[in-house]
Write a protein that binds this ligand. Structure first.
Ligand code: BTN
Length: 326
């Protein structure tokens, strides 16, 4: 159904004045009742379309949903997001990614982006729940990487840099990256990334880069505890934003940096990551599965590991764990 509805939408978008159902039906070679059905479908998708018997239809406002049609209009990538899968509700876009990868041709799936308006079982790092109400950006990018397994974390780093850059370019707010993959504005988290992969020996079959960003979802809907630690784009700039443009920007920034990762230009990524880091040169407390210690975060290496100088002067290389800073 949707294709024909979007043909009607294209006509409404082009029209400089209200347009009659008859004119639309003539242009598309369909009946007037088909046009009426399409108008109803578009309204259900969130498009504000006025109709008057005398003048016809007028598009008052586009949908604020993150519909593939809206994202594609703004997209400047070669591969990422050309194939979009959209869900109103789903437990987790990463789970959908796993399902698609287990059934489909990975080469064809490379660059596919799964979008959820709302996730009912969103997952964060360390298996934590990730609250994902409507208004945020909850996506997973499917990748079939040509990247050696020991450098796979570079993909998350490229993603974090892309998100921070996209926020800076679109909204002129100083987003920073907290190791390993949190996006912060000041002392508050605005987004996070989660890389999952399927690998065997040293072959990576596929990766799923989940990206979650609080955008237009009201922070006041979070629990009091979370409200203290979390912000959103709309809370920072004082109004709701066009998520489709923002997502298109993220995908463009990510695609550019992903190409650097695939061509082995890891230094370009680590340098940019460092320039956006909220962690380096700070006192940190590290908790890994095995131990917990404090020190100063002094560097990251080309594998994305955090280098911490402990109080006894010894350097510790942290590959995975939680990093707390004041
Ligand atoms: C973190 O813990 O900071 C990472 C959060 C990643 C959340 C995103 S939202 C889209 C994708 N689907 C999920 O279930 N998780 C990731």
């Amino acid at each position: 159904m949707q294709n024909s509805a979007f043909k009607v939408l294209e006509i409404l978008e082009r029209a400089i004045a209200p347009i009659s159902g008859e004119a639309i039906s003539n242009e598309l070679g369909v009946t007037r009742s088909a046009v009426w059905k399409n108008i109803k479908e578009l309204r259900l998708m969130g498009y504000d379309i006025q109709s008057s018997q005398k003048e016809g239809y007028r598009l008052v406002h586009s949908s604020s949903k993150l519909l593939p049609y809206e994202v594609h209009k703004k997209l400047h990538t070669q591969v990422f997001g050309r194939n979009l899968r959209y869900f109103e509700h789903t437990p987790s876009t990463n789970s959908i990614g796993k399902q698609l990868c287990s059934e489909g041709d990975l080469k064809k799936l490379h660059g596919t982006v799964i979008i959820a308006e709302e996730q009912t079982g969103g997952v964060g790092r360390m298996g934590r729940a990730w609250i994902s109400p409507s208004g945020g950006i909850w996506i997973t990018v499917i990748l079939k990487p040509q990247v050696p397994i020991d450098h796979i974390f570079m993909i998350t780093m490229a993603g974090s840099v892309a998100v921070a850059r996209a926020i800076r370019k679109e909204f002129e707010i100083g987003a920073l990256i907290k190791w390993p993959n949190d996006i912060f504005i000041g002392k508050k988290k605005i987004g996070g990334l989660l890389l999952e992969m399927a690998a065997e020996a040293d072959t990576v079959h596929y990766c799923l880069l989940g990206i979650g960003i609080d955008v237009n979802n009201p922070v006041k809907d979070f629990s009091a505890d979370l409200q203290r630690d979390i912000t959103s784009i709309s809370a920072e700039i004082g109004h709701e934003i066009d998520r489709a443009s923002f997502l298109a920007r993220i995908l463009k920034e990510f695609e550019n940096r992903y190409q650097l990762v695939e061509s082995g230009e890891y230094d370009a990524i680590t340098q940019e990551w460092k320039s956006l880091s909220a962690t380096l040169e700070n006192r940190v407390q590290i908790r890994t599965l095995r131990n917990s210690f404090e020190g100063e975060a002094i560097d990251i290496d080309e594998f994305g590991a955090l280098i911490v100088r402990k109080d006894n002067g010894k350097l510790e290389r942290v590959i995975a764990g939680d990093c707390y800073q004041q």
